[in-house]
Design a protein around this ligand. Structure first.
Ligand SMILES: *Cc1c(COP(=O)(O)O)cnc(C)c1O
Length: 587
């Protein structure tokens, strides 16, 4: 037993001590601490590259030293109690298949067949998959979008008028469960307790906080995290977060938590429905370690986190400075979406009297921007615009991967790993793009990978010409307007997602070209990635005048006309003519 292991949290300590001791195993996994790989040259390369300890830590669930995931016992059980204590909840469930699975688990725990449920239209597709697998009736909350398509919050008036929502959808049973994405993908938080209190009569409130594990820890998010809320009588709060996204764990690592009344026997039965009987222990240890490190960072004065916030402010201020400088000279530059006054160590309220955020109907105390989620804005006018994809492709070629783009915005996530030098590199690369754009270099030189998609088409064209062509398509098809308004009027729910999906399973469906649609009922989810939010749910009517439909068509045409700039549309596939096709219910 190594002394340095003593300070590790309970499960990780047990695992490392186990891995460090020699065992003769007659059980799975049969790579036996990686020794199987030694018999093959390719195996040696594989093991050599990954390092031998990861294999030693990958051991059987039959090893008693780590306790059991399935009955929450031993060091594993102690670890879940430790996580629950740190996160200030009654129960924590490490989930080894992402928040995609954590969401299905907590939703399943909260509803039964025939229930009515409240669903944020901004939610992740895992919730859509839950709805497709469970016979429940969803009523949708409709979040705001500004003219840039930045994903805003659900107006609180919607939380306060559930009866109105029930009437709109013809629901007869009062909802038992509500799910809200907090923060939105673009980093806008709610006041979580206000939601819990507005929805007092709803038994389970689910905050999907996939992107913001850190919000449970630091003071600046005191009103923004589900973990900080107190449930009302007979209510419970469930929360899910991708510990792998912004807290350092291995990919696929997630935590689901429960606060308030719940049934342990039911919860553990459902946990088993969604989990594996062969857990990858290094992943479990990475969940425990990430939470332990956040907790320690907070205790020791937020050393790492404060530095992260500082770096985010640095990026914001530098960009704004350049923007203003260029503007004064009558030139364009990248702008940042943020309030004028960047108060340090605080989230920034989107106030009704402010215009920077572009949400018309927002009220006081509703929405707050996370300083760590930086949206960069691009020129978006008919006479001059730069679609964000042009720049994100350029960054990619220069070794910088950003989170996502909207038509004219780009989202940068600043995290503990965004060192000042990394931020400098981003700033320099943006500046380099600016210069090469202004020099109007051939596309071939600036974006060779796009050029390679269709050399004949792109031959002789310059970066400004290509950018203008994309901008013209976006302007002509009003892509910003369609994105902003794609949720204004939600499509008619002809069948619930569950019932619509049964048609697909029975294959009572047909495929049809997107461009030929006049009036059909969707059999799948249809979602544009990025940002990854469903435009249609199964069972919804698609008509050729919907904003959502027009947005899809604009992206299809844009992708077709401009090779290399297409978007991924989940639920569609290309036929042999290169047209997008989707699956609809055949009646
Ligand atoms: C990423 C994400 C998920 C899914 O999480 P995974 O850990 O990738 O499975 C769920 N909800 C939201 C809001 C997300 O952003």
């Amino acid at each position: 037993m190594k002394k340095e292991f003593d300070k590790l949290p309970v499960f990780t300590k047990a695992l490392f001590n186990f891995a460090d001791s020699k065992k003769e195993t007659f059980c799975t996994p049969i790579h036996d601490a990686g020794s199987l790989f030694d018999h093959f040259d390719i195996g040696k390369t594989f093991k050599g590259f990954l390092g031998e300890n990861i294999f030693k830590c990958d051991t059987s669930a039959s090893a008693v030293e780590m306790g059991s995931l399935l009955d929450n016992s031993g060091p594993y059980g102690e670890s879940t109690a430790y996580l629950a204590k740190i996160l200030n909840v009654d129960r924590a469930f490490p989930i080894l298949n992402g928040t995609s699975t954590a969401n299905k688990f907590v939703a399943d725990l909260s509803v039964s067949g025939g229930d009515t449920v409240l669903v944020d239209r901004n939610c992740h597709k895992s919730i859509a998959h839950f709805l497709m697998g469970n016979d429940v009736k969803p009523l949708y909350f409709t979040p705001a979008r500004n003219s840039y398509g930045v994903l805003g919050t659900i107006p609180y008036t919607e939380f306060e008028d559930i009866d109105g929502l029930m009437k709109k959808y013809g629901a007869t049973k009062y909802p038992t469960y509500a799910v809200v994405t907090n923060s939105t993908y673009d980093g806008i938080f709610y006041n979580t307790q206000r939601i819990v209190d507005s929805l007092k009569k709803v038994k389970t409130i689910h905050f999907d906080e996939a992107w913001v594990t850190y919000a449970s820890f630091y003071d600046m998010y005191i009103q923004q995290s589900g973990h900080r809320t107190v449930p009302n009588v007979d209510q419970r709060i469930v929360q899910t977060t991708s510990v792998h996204k912004l807290a350092g764990a291995f990919s696929m690592a997630s935590i689901a938590t429960v606060k308030g009344k719940y049934n342990e026997h039911l919860a553990s039965e459902l946990f088993m429905k969604y989990t594996t009987t062969s857990p990858f222990y290094p992943m479990m240890a990475s969940i425990e370690m990430s939470i332990a490190m956040l907790s320690e960072d907070k205790k020791t004065g937020s050393h790492v986190f404060q530095n992260t916030v500082k770096n985010a402010l640095y990026l914001r201020k530098e960009l704004k400075k350049e923007f203003l400088k260029h503007k004064a000279e009558g030139k364009w530059y990248f702008d940042v979406w943020q309030p004028e006054n960047l108060v340090e160590n605080s989230v920034w309220e989107l106030k009704p009297e402010d215009t920077w955020h572009g949400y018309e109907d927002i009220k006081a105390g509703e929405a707050y921007l996370d300083p760590l989620k930086v949206s960069i804005l691009f020129p978006n006018k008919a006479e001059f615009g730069i679609p964000a994809r042009v720049v994100s492709k350029y960054l990619e070629l220069n070794g910088i991967i950003i989170e996502k783009t909207n038509p004219y915005t780009m989202l940068i996530l600043v995290s503990a790993s965004s060192s000042k030098s990394k931020i400098e590199k981003l700033l320099k690369t943006l500046e380099k793009f600016y210069k090469e754009f202004e020099k109007n270099l051939p596309l071939k030189d600036i974006l060779p990978s796009i050029f390679a998609e269709d050399p004949i088409f792109y031959e002789g064209k310059t970066i400004q010409e290509v950018t203008k062509m994309i901008n013209d398509i976006y302007i002509e098809r009003k892509i910003e307007y369609q994105t902003q308004h794609s949720l204004d009027v939600l499509p008619e729910q002809v069948y619930t997602p569950y019932h619509a999906f049964q048609y697909f399973k029975r294959e009572e469906v047909k495929t049809i070209k997107l461009k030929e649609i006049k009036d059909e009922i969707c059999a799948t989810i249809l979602l544009v990635y990025p940002p990854g939010i469903c435009i249609y749910y199964p069972g919804e009517r698609i008509t050729s005048s919907d904003s959502g439909y027009l947005q899809l068509r604009a992206l299809e045409e844009g992708g077709k006309l401009m090779p290399g700039f297409d978007f991924e549309i989940h639920g569609s596939f290309k036929d042999c003519d290169g047209d997008l096709c989707i699956t609809v219910i055949s009646e």
